[in-house]
Design a protein around this ligand. Structure first.
Ligand SMILES: Nc1nc2c(c(=O)[nH]1)N[C@@H](CN(C=O)c1ccc(C(=O)N[C@@H](CCC(=O)O)C(=O)O)cc1)CN2
Length: 286
């Protein structure tokens, strides 16, 4: 089998186009556009790229947006004070603090300070809890974007065996909750998992979110599987590779996401959708 490529870049462009049309007609009717505040602490090069891409996407669809760039040495009380101001700002529907944060800042304390109704990352315990209860409000962007891509395959997910490699709060854990809600059977693997290759070989859906370049070889892939690559690993020559060996895995999978141009752009598209939802504008279900 040779996999069909799930083109996240194209799906994200579709989503932005329909949001842009919706927002311009709402604004023409006198409505205030959705507003997003993005906060970046420090100069991590990858975070700078993601924040720039988020700001550009906001501009493209017609959001009100602000980027707050704070020094790497910023003290936690100063960051919390900014979050408080953004919580109280009526132009701002969504607040996102780019992760990772420098070591002097407790990321959990910052996330918990954001009003759950403005938590467009979906990381606040309230939003994670609601997802766990199958009563989702604002859903974490990367798993939400992956669910949108899976829906585009047209493959019914119910009853499939899903294996997730990686147990992070940003991807692995909420991904498990999303796929469980879609009635898949879930295995979450991590650094202590035994017989990882055997577990991966049983997967109808394999999500690789481990942060190790080309970690998943072709012979871990079940014939006809859906392979989702969340990895963004920078090579010495400045290129990007995912967590799966793309060519070898594509030879066995039915569907596969590329890196770049797969999950990454969908993360940002989901952020835009979440900001519309935080504004009180429902976006269409996938
Ligand atoms: N507050 C958050 N921090 C982080 C999140 C998050 O969802 N919220 N996720 C990741 C990074 N991330 C979003 O912020 C992110 C990663 C990658 C991309 C993306 O578009 N990638 C492109 C390649 C871009 C490049 O050239 O580097 C692609 O895959 O095609 C968007 C968002 C950690 N932090």
């Amino acid at each position: 089998m040779t996999a069909q490529v799930l083109d996240g870049k194209a799906i994200a462009a579709d989503i932005r186009q329909s949001l842009q049309a919706r927002i311009s007609s709402m604004v023409a009717n006198g409505e205030r556009p959705p507003g997003l505040a993005v906060v970046l602490v420090g100069e991590d090069p990858a975070s700078q790229v993601y924040v720039r891409n988020k700001a550009r996407a906001c501009q493209e669809v017609g959001f009100y947006s602000e980027v707050h760039r704070l020094a790497r040495e910023t003290a936690q009380p100063d960051l919390l004070a900014l979050v408080d101001r953004l919580n109280a700002d009526p132009r701002i529907d969504g607040i996102l603090v780019q992760l990772p944060l420098p070591p002097q800042i407790d990321a959990e304390a910052v996330i918990e300070r954001i009003l759950p109704s403005k938590d467009v990352d979906g990381f606040h315990p309230y939003n994670v809890g609601r997802l766990a209860l199958r009563l989702p409000r604002l859903r974490p962007c990367t798993p939400k974007g992956i669910m949108t891509m899976l829906a585009r395959t047209g493959v019914p997910l119910e009853g499939l065996d899903a294996v997730i490699i990686g147990q992070s709060n940003i991807v692995g854990r909420p991904m498990a909750l999303e796929l469980l809600a879609a009635r898949c059977t879930i295995t979450v693997c991590h650094s202590r998992t035994r017989d990882l290759a055997d577990k991966a070989r049983g997967a109808d859906i394999l999500v690789a979110a481990i942060g190790r370049p080309a970690f998943v070889p072709g012979d871990w892939i079940k014939e006809g599987a859906l392979v989702i690559d969340v990895g963004i690993n920078r090579t010495a020559d400045g290129g990007l590779v995912g967590d799966v060996d793309f060519a070898a895995c594509a030879a066995r999978a039915a569907w596969i996401t590329p890196v770049p141009g797969g999950v990454g752009p969908m993360t940002i598209a989901s952020l835009l959708e979440n900001t519309c939802e935080a504004r009180g504008w429902a976006t269409s279900p996938e």
